[in-house]
Write a protein of this length. Sequence first.
Lengths: 316, 759, 156
Amino acid sequence: MILPKFEYKKAKSVAEAVAFYHDHKGRARYLAGGTDLIPLIKLRLSTPTAVIDLKDIEELKAVSRNNGGWLTVGANVTLFNLKNDPVVREYFPALYESLDATSCETLQMRGTIGGNILQDTHCLLYNKSLEWRTARGFCYKMGGAACNVVPNAKACFSNYCSDNAPSLITLSAQVKLVGPRGERTVELEKIFSGDGRSPFLVEPGEILTEILIPLKKTQGAYEKLRVRDSMDYPLAGVAVSVKGAAARACVGGIGLAPRLYDLKNINEITIKEASDRIYADAKPVSNTVLSAIYRKRMAGALLKKAIRRVLQEGWK
Amino acid sequence: MKDNFNIVGKRVVRSDSLDKVTGAARYTADIKLPNILVGKVLRSPYPHARIVSIDLKRALKVPGVKAAISGFDAYGIKWGVFRYTQDHAMLPTDKVRYIGEDVAAVAAVDEETALEALSYIKVDYEPLPAVFDPIESMKEGAPQIHAEHKNNINIHIHIDVGEVDKAMGKAFLVREDTFKAAGEAYAMMEPYAVVASYANGYLDLWMPNAGPHVRAKALSNLLKLPLNKVRIRHINSGGAFGGRSEVAPGDLVASLLSIKAGRPVKLVLSREENATSSRQVHDIMATIKTGMKKDGTIVAKDYRVIYNGGAYSSTGPIATSIPFYVYEECYRFPNVRYNGYRVFTNKGIRGMYGCHGRAFLAGNEAQMDLMAKELGIDPVDIRLKNGLKPGEVTATKSKITSCGLKDTIKAASERTNFKKRWARKSGLKGIGMGCIAIMCGFPMGFRSGSSCYVKINDDGQATLVTGLVDNGQGNESMVIQVASEVLGIPMKDINLVCADTEVTNLDPGAYSQAAAFVGANAVRVACENARKKIVSIAAQKLRVKAADIGLKDGLAYSMKEPDKKMPISWVVREAFFRGEPVAATGSYFPNIDFEREWVSRPWGQMAGTFSFGTSIAEVSIDPETGKIAMPRFTTAHDCGRAINPMAVEGQMDGSVQQAGVAAITEGNLWDKGHLLNPDLLEYKVPLACDMPDIDTIIISSLDPEGPFGAKEGGLTVRMNAYSAVACAVTNATGELFEELPLTPDKVLTMLERKKGVKG
Amino acid sequence: MKTIRVNIQVNNEKNVLQVRPYETLLETLRERLNLTGAKEACSMGACGACTVVVNGIPVRSCIVLTAEVDGAVITTVEGLKENGELHPLQEAFMEKGAVQCGFCTSGMIMTAKALLDRKKRPTKKEIVKTISSNICRCTGYKKIVEAVEEAGKKMA
């Protein structure tokens, strides 16, 4: 399948990338690993006039500890390299596991952590060719006036399928965004809009440049529901990070944004409560290869699995 | 039978693999021809609509567009494999019957131009009510898809042997269950592609295909060209699995474009088009009623099976029959009734599949286990009791000659310690067994046989010419190996010309399980005829008796006095001197009852012989998620003599993936007429990490007719692996499956149903 | 639209090319350089049939722009032979019977090559994990895993 026409720009710095974006009057897309973006363009789901390649920006390629007690991860660090960073393995097991569970090894080597966080949401009726979508009719996310999955729905129910954002959220990660109007740092869980047409609260032209993770040792796990043990996006994913007696759990793969749950004290009762809350909050619809009701139930079940594993592995 | 061969039975490197590991092997999309154009197809966005008009004028005006066509440029001819199934125009002019159906096409200098031109084709449709479910489609008042087929029933296969109702009434135990299965995607790695080149009145075509001769015939009909003007050329095929057996709409499209443009045209389908618009596999619903005696003897079977046939007949009568036949070729059914209905719906075109019929076959096997258990009989004994033995005749009158069914059951169950593990299962672990038989060929009229021409060249090398086809399973290498054995010429010195309608003769093709039994047999006969000529001259020259001549490593030698020897090349040169070059033909035509017909006379000898096999799956189920893990899979196969055991093992391994693990992961998903997973991400072809440890066991029953005793190798496992998985899940849960694939959501439902029964 | 000038070294040969900005590496290899070993099977990065090695890393060339790999050293299946000798992976794929229809073979071999180049004698588990990036429809992967193991031993 051929790509539609667009220009290609290689940026040497964040400032240059933002300037290119400005030149294209907002109709440009930033390109990192391309594993999410290029298929979207092939399917004509994104039709930029230009792509701005960020891969040559040196400042986005590093992982560093800084004095404030943070691990700073450049957005262009590949999933594979981040997974193999000893700090990640030692301090952030939930993130290690979610990186390892992301797609497949080859795509981990190409995909970046920034791109993984800002990947578009998925739907079985959305990620299709223009011909397929024309036959089915355009939905909200394509600029149409209906949802093709839930009749009479007022909004989009596509799924946010990053494996790593939920892990990072349990680790209280923040992201740095640099754009035409300067830079800002926000908690990762705050960048989700809840609107399928534009799932992130990222300003036009803003670039996610860094992920900042508090450098404190945690125990953790990531449980992922999928049909095949490689390549597949999560049909539900639960990350858990534990510090002392408290745990943070985050559910991804269902709906437009990850959901965070705090467990102040881990015990049978709080685990059950959290699992029940997750079950109640999860609102999957029939837009993946497994049934909605099953995914709803699994979200709660995966939490129990993840915590059980952390307790066994961490406190043995 | 002689058992001491130079090369047959050895694990040889396949003759085609060097080109494939170096990237040199050419597939259709790799073809480059001078002035070649790019073809693109405009497809129906409607599942069912009347075509009011098609306007190509604006598309033709786009610079760089060299041709544009629709069905109005064709000849109004409809194709069907049988006289009574001719309903497929390939480019319709009356109405469209599925989303993705080919409607019009362009050929342009490049893909961008072709895509632009497509957007200017104007088609006026009048949408019609559509139907997607076969049960709905059979009801009175459902939208009629083909005028001549009332209630949309495309094919009804009715088989009635013995006295089913009476036997069922007398049976000790009777059980009826309904099983469903989603149709699969062939998901061959190569998306469909075709190159058509029309010049000087001849049409040359390249495409992945399983039978070039029948394809040429179809196109000659559709294009109103004499058969000798349509030439299907040899090219590598990136997998078929039954999906490349029939003529494809793209063949007609590319041909019409090339004829119109006077230039070669290449049409390569996208992955999505390959799924929506080449072919798919039937969704099936099978109701199975079985009667057993107290001792486990099956006394009666009563079947009602509904196949969602999609929009056209395709190989309908065969597809509606095969699951039943491979089962009756395996077990003894004194009384059996089969009602198979293939029903038209507004879904894509469907064909036969290597793993065809999983709901029916896995349902039969799982139900048998549950009934046997009730009678205190285990899966091994119930199969040994009811399995056919050599010399027996099937319910529809096929005689079984060589038959290693019993040996495969024993070998596989001993290897896995089956009986003990089945009886003493723990937790949600299970072990299950599936058996099947496969006919090596089926009645295809005068196309049922194969022939071969062999010539020995002046350097002592050989050239084989045969219609045999290789879709990746290794058929080409197999016949080179057979020729090498007979002629004593190393494989590397044998060239093969095959699957090219201009030079090769008819062959059943690579979709009828006949390549080893029929195709290789023809090669063997031709080479034996050539061998006689070599031996005769060598005996004269070496002054020994003809019976004393051996051929090996390119030499003719005296077996008694090995010092007496000469290169085969000298023999060949002598033959040229005598004006009688060493060349020979040979053919093989299997012993089939040609009165047999799928609908009107469903009895008589189906094939020359049958292969058999037993698969065993071991599973464990996660009680919280319902996810099935499959640590080990054991499969034993009676394929007669394995000409290349390594190649047979490869077929068996692949079958464990495509039928066994697929029983957990694979199935097409639909939103009415829209295929939801026409890609390789959401259609779940198992990956390396999803595979069990595979243990393959080859049982050689040595067929008296097969070349060196060989029969079909591999497909057997494709048609019993899912049964093994279904039976293992039944062993683990005590429940029968309702629908394949056994994705974790469905398994969890099974577990809960079980709990509900207990509570 | 303006073309872009790129320098890429493919199979030890330097190429200076003018490519379309929206041209994929797979298109460049297959159409400009006549290297048709890499196959287009899904076009979406979901199967691995188009895998080539770029600067030591396996890359799905159907979802990478040629413009992105300006300056890169690229190896395709056609460039695996050294001094006319087959690469140990090519030999092992033949000898172990790991090739059937052949359409996934180039991508599978290139994925495995990148593994063997970064890791001596990988374990079976590591091999399975690596090649779980690629779809094969024919073999059940068993003989592919055996072939990579065998090549790993030869190369160690």
